[in-house]
Design a protein around this ligand. Structure first.
Ligand SMILES: Cc1cc2nc3c(=O)[nH]c(=O)nc-3n(C[C@H](O)[C@H](O)[C@H](O)COP(=O)(O)OP(=O)(O)OC[C@H]3O[C@@H](n4cnc5c(N)ncnc54)[C@H](O)[C@@H]3O)c2cc1C
Length: 346
């Protein structure tokens, strides 16, 4: 089989890149191991405009968010939802109040409260909070619909890919029966562990999440303080998460489960009964400078990477998939802060 691009991995990056290349009329083939280590399967897919202890709006957020809203709406997986960030102390409340005067932040802040119960009497928002215009992305729907499309077109091989099985020549790359002009790694944090892009400064971080049934009313917004809780309707919530830089695997742990339940209960003033439906873990493909890794291997002209989406893949991936496609198909320059050429090869 002859294609233009062989894509390794069908998480968020591989799925959106595949769609973008197909829109350009390129022939593709995707190899994926059934999402065995997909961060995209674990993520709640939240898009939170102002983040961190300092409660700041990241530089490129408005541009990235606008592109994500448009691209993901076309795919029917964009869910605009308010996010209520409960402040942790007075300092954060002061910062939150200041942000309402910042013109860049204003489109993303619906309301700031400064005392407990102003928005919702049953929340433990001692220092008030900020209600933000955010969203979440239905990643399970996105991944399964793209997969069905690829399967129907005969463009997906379900297998564990090993970089050593690829042969590269002046004519192209060959993996099993697939002959491609080039290969694009979209295999999440696995590229940090082996293969041609291992040399890059990855900082993968494990996180866990729960789906649970709780004896609290659904809210029309996502709750956010240290972690988050996403109401899915009919008493079902997704809640997470934590950060761990060692023991990088997909194994959920009992201590984290207890911690996530405690934190979830802590959002409410009342006693909350919970029943855990599922508990999952994944590894975020984070990078040392919090920007994606995109571009071509310094010594292998037919070997490309689209990854390093970090903890905010839903914000980065839609626009970056389009820019990666411009780069692959038309040779357009990548933005400097995302081009992997910013790091010298080992
Ligand atoms: C707990 C947690 C919570 C998160 N919450 C959010 C959030 O709220 N909002 C947000 O925007 N982001 C969030 N993220 C981050 C988000 O998940 C990532 O940025 C994004 O999903 C990464 O997508 P990816 O396609 O690069 O990698 P992945 O989703 O990891 O996809 C890689 C794919 O490649 C496959 N693969 C890997 N190796 C091989 C191989 N050898 N052979 C074949 N296939 C292979 C994998 O199985 C997988 O299907 C969270 C992540 C975690 C872990």
């Amino acid at each position: 089989m002859q294609v233009d691009f062989l894509i390794v991995g069908q998480g968020l990056a591989g799925s959106l890149l595949a769609k973008a290349l197909l829109r350009r009329g390129r022939k593709i083939h995707v190899v994926d191991d059934r999402w065995k280590s997909a961060s995209s399967q674990v993520a709640a897919g939240l898009m939170t405009p102002l983040t961190g202890r300092r409660f700041t709006l990241t530089k490129d957020y408005p541009e990235l968010f606008a592109a994500a809203r448009s691209r993901l709406s076309e795919l029917g997986v964009f869910r605009p939802t308010e996010v209520y960030r409960m402040f942790v102390d007075e300092d954060q409340r002061d910062k939150g109040l200041k942000r309402t005067a910042c013109s860049g932040c204003q489109p993303f802040i619906a309301r700031v409260t400064s005392a407990r119960g102003e928005l919702d009497a049953t929340l433990t928002d001692e220092f008030g909070g900020a209600l933000m215009n955010g969203a979440w992305v239905d990643l399970p729907k996105l991944l399964s619909e793209v997969r069905s499309e690829l399967v129907a077109a005969g463009s997906l091989t379900e297998a564990t890919f090993d970089p050593d099985d690829v042969t590269t020549s002046t004519e192209g790359v060959v993996w099993r029966e697939v002959h491609a002009d080039a290969i694009v790694y979209c295999d999440g944090y696995k590229s940090a562990q082996r293969g041609p892009f291992k040399y890059l400064p990855w900082q993968p971080a494990k996180g866990e999440a729960l789906t649970l049934r709780a004896s609290v009313e659904d809210r029309p917004f996502i709750l956010n303080r240290e972690g988050w809780a996403l109401p899915l309707g009919q008493g079902v919530w997704r809640t997470g998460t934590n950060w761990q830089w060692d023991q990088l695997d997909e194994i959920p742990t009992e201590p984290q489960k207890e911690k996530l339940i405690r934190r979830f209960r802590g959002y409410f003033t009342q006693d909350v009964q919970v029943e855990v439906d599922s508990h999952i873990a994944g590894v975020r493909p984070c990078t040392s400078d919090n920007h994606p890794f995109m571009g071509t291997h310094p010594r292998q002209a037919r070997t490309h990477l689209f990854g390093g989406l970090g903890p905010r893949g839903t914000v980065w991936a839609p626009l970056m998939a389009d820019e990666m496609t411009d780069y692959l198909c038309e040779g357009k320059t990548l933005r400097k802060e995302c081009d992997l050429a910013r790091f010298p090869a080992a």
